[in-house]
Write a new protein. Structure first.
Length: 101
């Protein structure tokens, strides 16, 4: 999404993002119940997802987008933070093992 489009949406208090990773698009789609669109052609209410609340927050040194109160959600996100990558990796493996059971 270009600067002009970003400004257009911002002026109307609409969040927009460009160059979003495929995994993040899928996560957002699953959270909101929407469909990924690659063009503005064919945008209709049945492809739009819903979210009760959206906010962009800074956690540590990174910014995250939080979609909450989504009636059609099929996902949850867990943020893992720690002092060393070794501890984060171990927590990630432990969570993954717990979820897979």
């Amino acid at each position: 999404i270009g600067d002009l489009a970003t400004q257009f949406f911002a002026d109307r208090n609409i969040f927009s993002a460009g160059r979003v990773e495929g995994e993040d698009l899928e996560r957002t789609r699953r959270a909101t119940g929407g469909q990924v669109q690659t063009t503005v052609q064919g945008v209709s209410p049945d492809v739009l997802g819903t979210c009760g609340r959206f906010e962009e927050r800074q956690v540590g040194g990174e910014r995250f987008n939080f979609f909450t109160q989504c009636p059609s959600t099929k996902t949850a996100t867990i943020l893992i933070r720690g002092g060393a990558q070794q501890f984060i990796d171990e927590a990630d493996r432990s969570l993954n093992d717990s979820i897979q059971i």
